[in-house]
Design a protein around this ligand. Structure first.
Ligand code: Q9C
Ligand code: ZN
Length: 481
């Protein structure tokens, strides 16, 4: 009996002629590749599904001075929803219903004081609203803020739940107000509740999820999210943000730098990629993904990936001033889909150019639905990007095997271990050699910078002071054999 070595069971391969290649249109119109014969193996593939959370009532949170324009505009979620609908994407998606977060859920991250304060804003007078908002950093409030913030947070939770229970594979949370600046005990930076942090804690508490990878590509550092998981070894918080040596919002120099790596058992679980200036492009973001984000994510091997998906790094954003294209966002989404069995949630954070955010969100949604991301040009990271990534790798390589330059730090070297500069070692070798072969000895040099630098570099014969003629040989270190 012939052995079935190639699984065809004696049947010839089905050759698909190049011109007759079936065209796959979206995930719902899957074409049968067996030319009519049903193939039970293909039929068993489950359809990946993409969910979306949107509730128009989240527009009610707005600036109390209605004539003053605020960048965190209620229209942000409307324009995103419209483009998703008008391009035909919406009817390929499953609409997941938003609901209000409960006090118990919100308090997995926030204090009860914070919850109570937010609740009270629903009944404050205009004057009280203004006075209270002013006590916080970059916050505006109206009487609908609390309701909208509860919907926004509950919406992200529901979307995450739908992914975990298998109703959908991935999803987009088109929500506002945003969340990643909101801290334990205070609203901040247009954020009321920390949507992503609360959803993450809910999954862990109520849905048996162990490891969560949070990627924050909003232009701002997500101070609230980082703090919520700083000592938690089961949550990776990785942020790519404009930093400018701590001068860019939220402006905590220590917290947003690459030197913030997590604490206790969670060292290496916070990863900051801080751009030193505005103007970063697709190339810089893709480079960061290739060198840091994806290697670490694979090594961590999360159960689910949640993106704090602000679009204020997009080309045209008035606050971010970076140049990430819709295609760039599509590629980042595509790479993240390869993790955690495809379980991926994108939750809107910032993004203030209505045209840019709608195009960027659409590109992400298309990739979630299964379209390939559109082609990028050649990847050419700039010098500032290379230097930033170098520092991140140097710092994080102590905690991640996938990052190669082996970490060393003078402060935690083992006793007995000695760290010697390569140049110093060559100098010592040469000095010894010159003495052993020619009895040349080092000339003592006067103190100071030059003296220090050239110690053991100037050598002479022992009879220097008994001679009348002195020969000087000056040579390059590299030419010395
Ligand atoms: N000098 C998000 O993108 N800027 N928040 C205030 C004060 C606040 C951004 C500037 C920017 C907050 C979610
Ligand atoms: Zn932002």
């Amino acid at each position: 009996m012939d052995m079935d070595i190639d699984g065809t069971d004696g049947k010839p391969y089905v050759l698909i002629e190049p011109r007759k290649l079936p065209i796959t249109k979206g995930s719902r119109n899957r074409v049968n590749y067996t030319n009519g014969e049903s193939n039970s193996l293909l039929d068993t593939f489950s359809e990946p599904k993409t969910g979306i959370v949107y509730d128009r009532r989240m527009r009610y949170h707005g600036n109390i001075h209605e004539d003053e324009h605020h960048p965190e505009d209620p229209k942000r979620i409307t324009v995103i929803q419209e483009i998703i609908k008008n391009t035909g994407c919406l009817n390929k998606m499953l609409l997941i219903k938003a609901r209000e977060v409960t006090a118990e859920e919100a308090c997995l991250v926030h204090t009860e004081d914070h919850w109570d304060f937010v609740t009270k804003t629903a009944h404050m007078s205009d004057n009280e609203l203004i006075k209270n908002a002013d006590e916080y950093n970059s916050i505006y409030l109206n009487n609908e803020t609390a309701f909208c913030a509860r919907l926004s947070c509950g919406g992200v939770i529901e979307l995450c739940k739908a992914v975990v229970d298998g109703t959908i594979t991935n999803g987009f949370a088109n929500v506002r107000p945003p969340g990643h600046h909101a801290e334990l005990n205070e609203p901040m930076g247009f954020c009321i509740f920390n949507n992503v942090a609360v959803a993450t804690q809910c999954l862990r508490k109520h849905y048996n999820v162990e490891k969560v990878f949070i990627l924050d590509w909003d232009i701002h550092h997500g101070n609230g999210t980082q703090k919520a998981f700083y000592n938690d070894p089961n949550v990776v918080y990785c942020s790519i943000h404009r930093y400018e040596n701590g001068h860019f919002y939220p402006g905590d120099k220590a917290l947003a730098n690459y030197t913030a790596i997590g604490g206790g058992e969670a060292k290496g679980k916070t990863i900051n990629i801080p751009w030193p200036r505005a103007g970063m492009t697709d190339s810089d973001y893709i480079f960061a993904f290739n060198k840091v984000v994806m290697p670490i994510a694979y090594e961590f091997s999360p159960d689910i990936v949640i993106v704090s998906a602000g679009f204020d790094a997009a080309e045209g954003d008035p606050i971010g001033e970076n140049h990430v294209s819709p295609s760039g966002f599509g590629h980042m989404t595509h790479m993240l889909k390869s993790l955690a069995n495809g379980k991926l949630i994108l939750a809107l954070e910032g993004g203030y150019n209505l045209d840019s955010i709608s195009k960027s969100a659409l590109a992400c949604v298309k990739v979630l639905l299964g379209e390939p991301p559109s082609k990028l040009g050649p990847i050419n990271p700039n010098q500032d990007c290379l230097e930033t990534i170098h520092q991140v790798i140097r710092t994080q390589s102590k905690y991640w095997n996938c990052l190669s330059p082996v970490y060393y730090a003078t402060e935690d070297r083992l006793p007995g271990q000695l760290l010697v500069d390569m140049a110093e070692m060559l100098k010592m070798y040469r000095t010894r050699n010159l003495y052993q072969k020619y009895k040349l000895v080092p000339v003592p040099l006067s103190d100071g910078k030059l003296g220090q630098r050239f110690t053991n570099l100037a050598c002479c014969s022992g009879d220097l002071f008994r001679k009348e003629v002195v020969f000087f040989f000056v040579h390059d270190m590299a030419d010395f054999r």
